[in-house]
Write a protein that binds this ligand. Structure first.
Ligand SMILES: Cc1cc2nc3c(=O)[nH]c(=O)nc-3n(C[C@H](O)[C@H](O)[C@H](O)COP(=O)(O)OP(=O)(O)OC[C@H]3O[C@@H](n4cnc5c(N)ncnc54)[C@H](O)[C@@H]3O)c2cc1C
Length: 477
């Protein structure tokens, strides 16, 4: 049987990247927004922000909160939300499941502070939507971790135990198989954990809503405006093909594209991630009890994550994981990755066998050596946030607070978070980075697959999958 019909993929789903994500198409249809023409002359501003995703736009938002009179210019090479901010799974999730890395890096007290800051960001995203009339489907129904292999149960136990150890037992609770399946039923789910800190959003509605609010506040946004060079100055000079912005402060909010800038070349590995989307099937969702709006992921290292939509679809993320040296077609047009994501979906949701997958899209994820983002200042007047490692919806809100405070030199709790100006570990140089990433990805997927099938991974696969940790990176099993 051809792959297309075996996976029940509608024809268009197999041409990812031919159009924008379903989220963004919906958002643009609902509210195209006013024009933000490209920069076509030299101008001055107080702050220039490179990148019109969540990080750049939240930074602009918090700057307007701090000082409504600041002249802020946002330069975006595509349209605001054209990058991962308008394409992601829409999980606004807490960091309590990241405690092992946080505690190892920064100690228990600072780790808890960071988790609490993300909790505040999740609530604040909901408040922002409420206050500014942005209907981004914000719903805080919690995060279910669903074990699909025996070793995942041990991972879950460790996560829950660690939360208890740092005095946050309410933030991660164990779930039996029956409890997981009562929220979202799949025969593959063997147990898991529940984290109240989990909300879902329609990400493109959120990022385009932010854009609207910023324009109302007098922020200047230039779309279709790639920054080709940044001279730190001061003043900083952001140079684009038809003009430059000169400003005392610059903020780099370019996500995985940072890889192309000399300062960040070894700070990131860019991995692809893909989402597939079903046709609406509210009755089938009801039949599997998944009507509570929980966001759900499995506990594979090559994680699969899934959520529902208001009209009764499932958006399911997985596949991808291929590293690239530049942000090109492999991040948006990888038919194999779509087929992998679809196969994962079909495996977990057999009750959806007759529901077609009607859309698919992908994008780059900026994997950092710590699995956590880094915020800071490259120079006293040039600030950055990157390294979200596929978990940036809530953290980019926090990044916006931090970056705005770095620009205004506010002495705040946000700038005292442990990941602000922390010393970073680098990835190896090319070609070792790309070769290593490809080899390790294959081993991780082989290990995940073996475990899900109840087999023991071979010692070689196990050793390669665990190599990043052996080398001091906080990635992999
Ligand atoms: C398929 C997928 C699913 C994901 N799912 C989730 C999820 O469910 N939950 C979660 O928390 N995270 C998820 N993420 C990650 C999340 O989307 C990101 O971490 C988050 O959007 C980062 O926001 P950002 O503003 O830093 O980056 P972006 O949204 O990528 O914004 C950066 C912007 O900079 C622009 N840019 C780059 N270079 C230049 C330049 N030289 N000049 C001008 N502009 C430039 C880009 O065009 C882009 O619009 C997912 C990512 C992908 C790809």
């Amino acid at each position: 049987m051809p792959v297309n019909s075996a996976l029940n993929l509608a024809g268009d789903a197999l041409t990812p990247g031919a159009q924008r994500s379903w989220w963004l198409r919906e958002a643009l249809a609902r509210e195209p927004g006013s024009d933000c023409p490209p920069l076509d002359k030299d101008v001055n501003a107080d702050v220039v922000i490179i990148g019109g995703g969540f990080t750049g736009l939240w930074t602009a938002f918090f700057l307007t909160e701090a000082n409504p009179n600041l002249g802020i210019a946002v330069l975006e090479q595509d349209i605001c939300g054209g990058g991962p901010s308008g394409r992601n799974g829409g999980f606004a999730s807490g960091w309590w499941d990241e405690l092992d890395g946080l505690v190892a890096l920064y100690g228990a007290e600072a780790a808890v502070r960071a988790c609490q800051a993300i909790s505040t960001s999740i609530t604040s995203i909901g408040d922002f939507c409420e206050t500014h009339g942005v209907d981004a489907w914000f719903r805080k129904a919690g995060y279910v971790f669903a074990a699909t292999a025996a070793p995942h149960l041990t991972v879950c136990e460790r996560m829950v135990e660690l939360a208890r150890e740092v005095g946050a037992a309410n933030e991660l609770r164990p779930l039996s198989a029956e409890e997981v399946r009562a929220r979202c039923d799949s025969s593959a789910f063997r147990g898991g954990a529940f984290m109240p800190d989990g909300a879902s959003v329609q990400p493109a509605f959120l990022v385009r809503g932010l854009r609207r609010v910023l324009l109302e506040r007098g922020v200047t946004i230039h779309e279709s405006t790639p920054v080709t060079r940044l001279e730190p100055g001061p003043p900083a000079m952001a140079i684009t093909p038809r003009g430059a912005v000169r400003a005392p402060h610059a903020v780099m909010a370019v996500n995985a594209w940072a890889m192309g800038w000399p300062w960040f070349r070894r700070a990131l590995v860019a991995w692809s991630s893909y989402v597939v989307l079903t046709a609406p099937a509210p009755d089938v969702l009801k039949a599997i009890h998944w009507t509570g709006g929980e966001i759900v992921s499995d506990l594979r290292t090559s994680v699969r994550y899934f959520r529902t939509t208001r009209d009764g679809r499932i958006a399911f993320g997985g596949g991808g994981g291929r590293a690239g040296t530049t942000i090109g077609d492999s991040f948006t047009r990888d038919v194999r990755a779509v087929a992998e994501a679809a196969a994962g979906f079909r495996r977990l949701f057999k009750s959806f066998a007759d529901v077609p997958i009607v859309d698919a899209w992908g994008g780059p994820i900026d994997v950092s050596p710590t699995h956590l983002p880094a915020f800071g200042s490259l120079f006293p007047n040039v600030h950055y946030a990157l390294g979200y490692t596929g978990n940036g919806v809530a953290p980019s809100h926090l990044a916006g607070r931090v970056l705005a405070d770095l620009v205004t030199r506010a002495d705040s709790d946000a700038v005292r978070l442990p990941m602000v100006n922390a010393t970073a570990r680098s990835f190896p140089p090319q070609p070792f980075r790309a070769l290593g990433a490809a080899l390790i990805r294959r081993a991780i997927i082989a290990k995940d697959t073996a475990e899900e099938q109840g087999r023991k991974p071979s010692p070689l696969v196990e050793a390669i999958a665990r190599l990043p940790r052996k080398l001091g990176y906080m990635l992999g099993p």
